[in-house]
Design a protein. Structure first.
Length: 233
């Protein structure tokens, strides 16, 4: 090796070492709620605040891979403003739903007393493999390579209760702490510790999956479907 090349090689090695030694910076997007309606806190054009109190979200996974979502939020403030103005109610509900779902479809919003009830669809919430439907919104996507920074942020629940269920004739599999039946997974972190922003931790290691009742080898098929969807086993 030529003597003049040695300083250049040393400099390159030092740069590479410094790059490895730099602590990783979390450049992911900010955390987002699974249920945007349940996280509702907005000011109406009249100046009145609209704030969600106790809330629940129910997601139904259908055989064709589509999902329907129903959010129910008892309003701690703003019920009168939403009751008096249909267009305001829909606009507030649509904006809140988009906090949790990028493109909510067929959205409707109504008041049941002082409870805001919002129904919508998300056509992009699942992947289908081997006849198994993988429900993906609960776990953020990981970078495709280990040295890539950024990507989706963490998810937090916002709702006091989340139910993910299959349509009649379909069972669901997953790691929820509660299970009403073979067709429902339930999370209800009412008593969980909160972070500085008041968010309850929401850790889901594996995507829930829906399998037709009576399907052959549902366990292995669910395992493979999760892998194909980019989730761990």
């Amino acid at each position: 090796m030529r003597p003049r090349a040695l300083p250049l090689l040393v400099a390159l090695l030092l740069c590479a070492t410094a790059a490895v030694a730099v602590p990783a910076v979390d450049a992911r997007a900010p955390p987002t709620p699974v249920c945007g309606v349940c996280d509702l806190d907005r000011t109406a054009p009249s100046g009145e605040r609209v704030v969600a109190g106790e809330s629940e979200l129910t997601v139904t996974i259908h055989a064709n891979g589509s999902t329907t979502w129903r959010a129910r939020a008892d309003l701690a403030a703003g019920a009168d403003a939403l009751a008096a103005n249909d267009s305001l109610r829909r606009a507030v509900a649509a904006e809140a739903a988009r906090d949790g779902v990028a493109e909510p479809r067929d959205l409707s919003a109504r008041l049941d007393g002082e409870t805001l009830v919002v129904d919508y669809r998300d056509p992009n919430a699942t992947e289908r493999h081997l006849g198994v439907t993988v429900f993906t919104p609960l776990t953020p996507a990981s970078p495709s390579t280990p040295f890539v920074v950024g990507g989706e942020g963490a998810r937090y629940l916002a709702a006091d209760r989340l139910t993910v269920r299959g349509e009649p004739g379909w069972t669901v599999r997953g790691d929820a702490p509660e299970r009403e039946s073979d067709t429902e997974l339930v999370w209800s972190p009412r008593d969980a510790a909160r972070d500085d922003a008041g968010r309850a931790p929401f850790d889901v290691d594996r995507d829930p999956v829906a399998v037709e009742a009576g399907a052959v080898l549902p366990g292995p098929r669910a395992w493979i479907a999760r892998l194909l969807a980019g989730d761990g086993p």
